[in-house]
Ligand binder design. Sequence first.
Ligand code: NAD
Length: 333
Amino acid sequence: MSTAKKNILITDRFSQESLLTLQAQPFLNVRQASQPSLDSENLEGIHGLLIRSRTLIDESVFRRAKDLQVIITATSGFDHIDLKAAKKWGIAVMFTPDANIESAAQHTWALVLAGTNQILQAHRSTKAGTWREALPAGMELDRKTYGIIGLGRIGSRVAEIANAFGMKVIAYDPYCDEQQFKTAEAERVSFEEVLKRSDVLSIHVPATAETQGMIHRSNLDFINRGILIVNTSRGSVIVEADLCDALAENRVAYAGIDVYEKEPLSRNSRLLTLSNVVLTPHIGAHTNEAFQKASELSSLKLLRFFMDGSTSDTLPPKAAWYGAPAAHQNHKS
Ligand code: NAD
């Protein structure tokens, strides 16, 4: 390790404990930015960036941060970073995919249960004093079919909970091996089958060229009528206008959505006019525990990098799906 101190810029919320750990290191100078955006930030002499998804990293950042060696994002998504540019400039990038599994799976289930048990409508009618007069009946999960698209870290945890509810779990993930399906107690099915057979469907894929718009008009036409759909992955995965049509026509009975094509969600979004949706503002990982874990894991990665050059959870991911072409127009395999 060189004896010169490394300058670290933290651009977003970060736990106090992890901040103190970093500040206690004699080989680090740690500074916190006043806002997540780097647009007006002086990046001269910065060696390490600790960010979250509100900090967008494009090529201009690399041009301005001539001493930059590493970026660590305390998130499981990474579509806020231009990874091609990072590679071109030789900057190491790491993320913290293990920090949010529990919170994101739990939030998925909060949205599922809000739909099956009509929590929002019931809350409104109780408050309005109409008791349960206008409330349609809810739905039991036991023995229903739970479909998962993307049986990775979060999808597998969601599957475990679905199994605990007594559901039949089916999943579409062309990149998972048989062992992953076995561990998650999920039946491997095709894309078409997961749409046709699921009573409840949740999506847990990364934002890639291949997953962009994978749920769109033509497959919403043959989807199991009356299905409940929950998306806590990335907004780009569903064509929002097509989902709105399907919800308006009750082909999709309910959608629980945490992530959107454009965030924050526009006040003019059609989603806001629909009664059979529950919308949350991208809070899948917004728990104290996930925040602590992401801060702790990212600070450890930063320390190791500057102590001995070691890296872990590097980006781009080495997964087979990374760089897969856009195939959603005919997403049936
Ligand atoms: P992961 O990498 O562990 O799992 C993703 C899975 O998707 C993998 O098993 C992969 O094989 C599969 N996959 C990739 N391309 C696919 C395709 N075309 N069709 C079907 N399956 C495909 O990721 P994870 O940690 O489980 O996270 C999943 C998603 O959840 C990510 O998009 C992440 O950004 C998002 N997320 C959102 C929040 C939130 O706040 N709402 C929080 C955490 C994670």
